[in-house]
Design a protein around this ligand. Structure first.
Ligand code: FAD
Length: 488
């Protein structure tokens, strides 16, 4: 790419980066580069506009590294990424004043609060004679564009996915700009290090980088690896938590480092891979659009049960039990492995999110919002739509949910999805030497087995915090009570 800087007095096209920290398949950047004006780029960290939810800790860790990667990538293209912090509208107006830019380009955001901020900003800027161009990319669809036959938003996944894919196999991502003409002026930029996005005391993210590399280049590499080695066995093996079978693309998608269009295109073009894996993957990826569709039309998805029956659900909410769940000390190995993996690496596979989530809501009778909040803070892929929807699904309170009476059995789920106990051994080292089935039920092991494995229940590893059978009955009784209240 050739780089020749434009003069400082030539008005630039300003590209705003937010949840689109990439150069490829970035329609805003492409349009700016084709506008004829030199390009100035900025990232705005908005933690102040009313209604925004504070970004969780693990996601902030990712954001820091993601911004570093984006700044580096843009620098290769000759463009400096200006970093500013403050309310979006105020900061953008300031940048326009400082640069003299008369054109602004951004990719759309779909969280209802962010969407509202951008809509108001666009109206305001246009009234001042600034040209604003915004683009899709974060999702496969525009949440306002897909409607049921009755004209409303979708609430059920199956018809949604039919509508989403009707007549389309894959989407067409756009190429990175062939040429960027950087703006010649200079803007004051904050120092990323001063934003305090990384944890320090203690540095609980110390091991994240063993498994994650934030940034567009790493996201594209991971996508290529999945297309090469993963999608072929995805349909059969996605749920086996002891293996590394899913794409691990969720954080790159949540941070906009890659787009679902790029992912679908790459998977559709995978060589020598049967249709089954591709189709299964396509349908999983579509959940992401479905969740965002629901959040767009239901701004309270993370805070308000969709089904009013759950407004006054008789949750117990025991703080000690919540603490034990968060720390992976419930005495159920598959749950504990999941929760410790989450804390140590900022993620866990989907099946384990379901098992651990169900355990909190049903076995411990704790409000799903506690779980949602913990995941929000600890997941590197924390996503306002995917997280909220899936927690409501588990709780039975959401649109198109799991029926409440479907209660995951943490023992049989462990046996089925981590049959050799590999995942448990990796994340709960104090059980690593237990043999055979006892890895899923240490409390049923003989004294000799426990001794040989160096396990002392109640000392090195907890007894089960609740009895599975009793907890199940208690959860069902709570549901009957809630339903009785509603009907009475
Ligand atoms: P793959 O199986 O490879 O799937 C590919 C992509 O499809 C994912 O990257 C994701 O973007 C999308 N996807 C897959 N399953 C789902 C699903 N059930 N709902 C929505 N999108 C899906 N996902 C997040 O991205 N952020 C969250 O905050 C989040 N919170 C969750 C909370 C709970 C309680 C549960 C049960 C699930 C949650 N998920 C969340 C969905 C899912 O678990 C993750 O997207 C998935 O585990 C990420 O791994 P992967 O990229 O290897 O997935």
């Amino acid at each position: 790419m050739s780089v020749s800087k434009a003069k400082a007095d030539e008005a630039p096209a300003l590209v705003l980066f937010r949840t689109d920290r990439r150069v490829a398949d970035n329609r805003a950047l492409l349009a700016a580069s084709e506008s004829g004006a030199p390009v100035a780029a900025a990232f705005v960290l908005d933690e102040e506009s009313p209604g925004l939810r504070a970004t969780g800790g693990a996601k902030r860790w990712w954001l820091h590294h993601s911004l570093k990667a984006l700044a580096g990538r843009l620098q290769q293209l000759g463009v400096e990424l200006t970093m500013r912090r403050g309310p979006m509208a105020e900061v953008v107006r300031g940048l326009l004043r400082e640069t003299g830019a008369e054109k602004v380009y951004w990719n759309r955001r779909y969280h209802p609060v962010e969407h509202g901020i951008d809509r108001d900003l666009k109206t305001d800027l246009q009234a001042r004679g600034i040209e604003v161009a915004d683009f899709g990319g974060f999702l496969l669809h525009e949440p306002d564009s897909l409607r049921t036959k009755a004209g409303g938003p979708f609430k059920i996944y199956a018809p949604f996915v039919r509508a989403l894919f009707s007549g389309r196999e894959a989407w067409e991502p756009v190429a990175p700009p062939k040429r960027l003409r950087p703006w010649g002026g200079r803007l004051r930029s904050d120092r990323l290090e001063d934003w305090g996005l990384l944890p320090t005391k203690p540095n609980w993210a110390g091991r994240f980088s063993e498994v994650w590399t934030p940034g567009e280049a790493a996201g594209l590499e991971r996508l290529a690896a999945f297309v090469r080695d993963g999608v072929g066995r995805y349909a059969q093996a996605r749920d086996l938590s002891g293996q590394n079978n899913s794409s691990k693309l969720s954080a790159h998608l949540a941070h906009g480092e890659i787009t679902p269009a790029q992912v679908l295109r790459a998977v559709a073009e995978a060589d020598g891979v049967g249709a089954e894996g591709k189709e299964k993957f396509r349908r999983e990826l579509a959940w992401r659009d479905f969740c965002h569709h629901l959040l767009f039309h239901n701004p309270d998805l993370a805070t308000k049960p969709f089904n009013p029956l759950f407004e006054r659900f008789p949750y117990r909410g025991d703080p000690e039990e919540l603490r034990a769940w968060r720390r992976g000390q419930t005495g159920y190995p598959i749950v504990d492995a999941a929760m410790r993996e989450l804390w140590t690496f900022g993620a866990m596979p989907n099946r384990l999110r379901l098992i651990a989530g169900s355990f909190l809501v049903k076995h411990l009778l704790t409000d799903w919002r506690e779980g949602e909040a913990w995941f929000w803070d600890t997941l590197v892929d924390a996503d306002p739509a995917n997280n909220a929807y899936n927690w409501q699904w588990i709780a039975g309170s959401g649109p198109d949910p799991a029926p409440y009476f479907r209660i995951f059995n943490p023992i049989t789920q462990g046996q089925k999805f981590d049959p050799e106990g590999d995942h448990i051994r990796r994340h709960v080292p104090e059980l690593a030497r237990l043999r055979g089935e006892s890895i899923h039920t240490p409390w049923e092991a003989t004294q000799a087995e426990l001794r040989a494995a160096g396990v002392e229940l109640g000392v090195t590893y907890p007894w089960p915090i609740v009895d599975h059978g009793q907890a199940r009955e208690r959860a069902l009784a709570a549901f009957r009570l809630a339903r009785g209240r509603e009907q009475g």
